[in-house]
Design a protein around this ligand. Structure first.
Ligand code: 13P
Ligand code: SF4
Length: 306
């Protein structure tokens, strides 16, 4: 039996569902029951009636699934699948900020730990950030954590001044302005489409900015035929599947490396997925105390983003 058959059999036997992010390897995207951006994945996890949710993504995503649907068993094929952005925001420093600034309304990007979510007023993703910032109380200063690029972009779009936590994503920071300009010269009809986690210099020259799902939608619906895509390269698999005749160019990183691939997302493999289904682990656990606060801020996000 090959791995694909083995995973299909285990999924059925265990009544498991596989939720995958667009940054996963193409094979993982192809075996997933649901693929989406962070908001869509959170909604899918909340609604799931499966006994086991296997999260083909990173730790904060699996933690979010557990918080939104605690009666399910949530498993992550490799517990080392973290996130540089989430790591840039330690609960100790965050708590210290909160203590020193008790009047701040705290909006945290979903790419953070459950402990940070529990200390936040509301969560956002890259697809609902503008809506969420617009709903924040007008009479309170805002702290936006942990992604400074997404925060700056949302602040420009809404006109709300915000204190920005100085975190960033190691993948989205890596794109080279110079190499992108060279590509634009070589492909004068190509549209530059970017994720809002990119640096301001990339966002300023972009034709369209959006979450992974919105970038995919843009490629599918636009009359344009050529795109330079500034986000993690895994999304190109769905773009190419949904728009097979369009030219998609992955935005190049500064170094001669594969730095436009997220090393955490890429820790998941078909072998680890099969093993995780077989052993029903590693399982994600969240303490009750953190669960209560994190559920509140995540559910407020879902309520504000309908
Ligand atoms: P979205 O899929 O919500 O755009 O998020 C991108 C990301 O960085 C996930 O880690
Ligand atoms: Fe974190 Fe960046 Fe990887 Fe997304 S792409 S999981 S933000 S390190």
């Amino acid at each position: 039996m090959d791995l694909f058959q083995k995973i299909a059999k285990l999924k059925k036997e265990k009544n498991a569902v596989i939720l995958a992010h667009y940054y996963q390897d193409p094979d993982i995207q192809d075996i997933a029951d649901f693929i989406g951006d962070s908001l869509e994945l959170a909604r899918a996890a909340q609604k799931s009636t499966a006994d086991i949710i296997l999260f083909a993504g990173v730790h904060f995503m699996a933690e979010g699934a557990k918080i939104l649907n605690p009666s399910r068993k949530v498993i992550l094929p490799d517990l080392r699948a973290g996130c540089s952005l989430s790591d840039s925001c330690s609960p100790e420093k965050f708590a210290a900020f909160k203590k020193a600034n008790p009047n701040h309304f705290i909006i945290s990007y979903i790419n953070c730990s459950a402990a940070i979510k529990a200390m936040s007023d509301v969560i956002c993703t890259s697809s609902n950030v503008v809506k969420i910032v617009e709903r924040a109380p007008k009479d309170r200063p805002i702290l936006f954590a942990p992604d400074r690029n997404l925060g700056r972009w949302a602040s420009d779009k809404t006109g709300r001044e915000m204190t920005l936590w100085q975190g960033s994503c190691m993948v989205h920071e890596t794109f080279s302005d110079r190499k992108i300009i060279d590509l634009k010269v070589k492909h004068p009809h190509a549209k530059l489409i970017s994720h809002p986690e990119c640096e301001a210099s990339i966002l300023t020259m972009s034709d369209y900015i959006g979450s992974t799902s919105n970038l995919l939608k843009y490629v599918m619906e636009s009359a344009d035929q050529e795109f330079i895509v500034a986000t993690e390269a895994g999304i190109l698999h769905q773009m190419q599947k949904k728009a097979p005749h369009k030219l998609l160019i992955a935005a190049p990183p500064n170094q001669n490396c594969a730095c436009n691939e997220c090393p955490f997302m890429k820790l998941n493999t078909l072998e680890k997925i099969a093993l995780a289904l077989e052993t029903e682990g590693p399982e994600i656990h969240v303490t009750n105390e953190v669960m209560i606060g994190a559920k509140k801020s995540l559910e407020l996000m879902l309520e504000w983003s309908v």
